[in-house]
Design a binder for this molecule. Structure first.
Ligand SMILES: Nc1ncnc2c1ncn2[C@@H]1O[C@H](COP(=O)(O)OP(=O)(O)OP(=O)(O)O)[C@@H](O)[C@H]1O
Ligand SMILES: [Mg+2]
Length: 385
């Protein structure tokens, strides 16, 4: 079926989409090259179909999403890609969507920022079945990431509800811990709070994107740059690309990510887990995204007896181990170590109510976090296992 790929209210390109596979079969017409998604290859005014297809299909829920098989069964849908067309590709992290030129819709009437949406898909993603027909028009169809999650509306605000994983169900609590640390260190961050659903802890956070902005992941920024030459590190290549395309102050921002990830031993800071906010209208780069998705940290998937603060822990995205990655930090001067004192009470309050963690685990986590703060403060953060 023929659609127009839209960027908010601007037609970007005509795209022919195969409803059975969700693939873009052809791009008969380009309307506006400026507004194509960041990182899409275009040469002499022609968009690479492969590149646009990768981007488009990359908007679908990853096949690795926890519980996705059961959710697809409940919705009677064969693949998460099929859900893209059902919500016109609309999401809550950017402003791209597809419009049917035969029956064009207005962005104001359909975007999920200003219009309400059904929780049916979100509920299916959380394993809830329903007898009534499922309303598939949902921002959850385009949400990324591995953890169970759904968008909900509370007091008109768009809130992302996100679960954790067995055995400790620790990720939502870790999000709150990371918020606490970043608040103390004055690092711009997404503030997470906690709730409980069916006895499982869940994190809640507000959407940091509005009708006027959008999140561009570091991955897409990376793709917008020249091909990396072997002698240039991934770190330098990323920062060079930011410079080339006019994103300011990224070295300072990356410093903050590297430090917070070191402290909480975050093992999953891939290039989809940070990025930059741009104006969806003028395309101007506005600022680095507040730091989000810090849940895969604090030895969340380790047995208590395996928690070792001084072990060299694997990390992402620039180096394989923290001992190497922390060396990339440009300046530690901005870290107010005094603000990291007296964390005991606040820390315990986060983990203590959990039904999935005992006191011994909480003690060990607190001890480990304090030790990592100490390691950084002593200027000897290059832990070797
Ligand atoms: N507060 C927010 N506002 C807007 N978009 C958000 C927000 N939080 C997350 N997102 C978007 O949703 C995506 C998935 O969220 P998140 O990274 O928290 O999930 P995850 O399942 O923990 O991911 P991963 O697979 O990396 O562990 C993010 O990559 C980002 O694009
Ligand atoms: Mg993520």
């Amino acid at each position: 079926m023929l659609y127009t790929l839209m960027h908010k209210k601007i037609p970007v390109a005509d795209v022919e989409i195969d409803s059975e596979t969700a693939n873009i079969l052809s791009i008969p017409k380009l309307h506006n090259i400026e507004h194509i998604p960041v990182g899409i290859e275009a040469k002499d005014g022609v968009i690479s179909r492969k590149s646009l297809n990768d981007w488009w299909l990359g908007r679908s829920i990853p096949a690795s999403r926890s519980g996705i098989r059961e959710a697809l069964e409940a919705m009677n849908i064969s693949s998460t890609k099929i859900l893209l067309e059902k919500c016109l590709g609309l999401g809550l992290s950017d402003q791209y969507w597809i419009n049917n030129p035969q029956k064009p819709l207005e962005w104001e009437r359909i975007n999920f920022f200003e219009n309400t949406f059904s929780e049916d898909v979100g509920n299916a993603l959380f394993g809830k079945t329903q007898n009534a027909e499922i309303d598939l028009f949902s921002p959850d169809n385009t949400s990324d990431g591995w953890q169970k999650k759904k968008w909900i509306i509370i007091d008109k605000k768009r809130i992302l509800l996100k679960g954790g994983s067995n055995p400790a169900q620790q990720e939502p609590l870790n999000e709150v811990l990371a918020s606490m640390l970043m608040r103390r260190l004055n690092i711009p961050h997404v503030s997470y709070t906690l709730t409980e659903i069916d006895n499982f802890p869940m994190s809640l956070c507000e959407n940091f994107i509005t009708t006027e902005t959008e999140l561009v992941s570091a991955w897409h920024i990376f793709s917008a740059g020249k091909k990396r030459q072997n002698h240039i590190s991934i770190y330098e290549h990323f920062l060079n690309t930011c410079d080339t395309i006019g994103i300011p102050n990224m070295r300072e921002y990356v410093d903050k990510i590297l430090v917070i990830d070191f402290l909480i031993a975050n093992t999953d800071r891939h290039f989809g887990n940070f990025g930059v906010i741009r104006s969806a209208n003028t395309l101007e780069w506005l600022e680095a995204s507040p730091i989000f998705d810090c849940g895969t940290s604090m030895w969340h998937n380790e047995f208590t007896h395996n928690i070792r603060y001084d072990e060299d822990i694997k990390c992402k995205p620039f180096k394989t181990y923290f001992s190497e990655q922390i060396k990339l930090v440009n300046s530690f001067d901005w870290i107010n170590f005094d603000a990291l004192k007296n964390i005991d009470d606040e820390f315990r309050e986060i983990y203590k109510p959990s039904k999935y963690m005992d006191e011994m685990r909480i003690d060990k986590l607190l001890f480990s976090l304090k030790k990592r703060i100490e390691m950084l403060n002593r200027g000897k953060p290059h832990a070797k296992g």
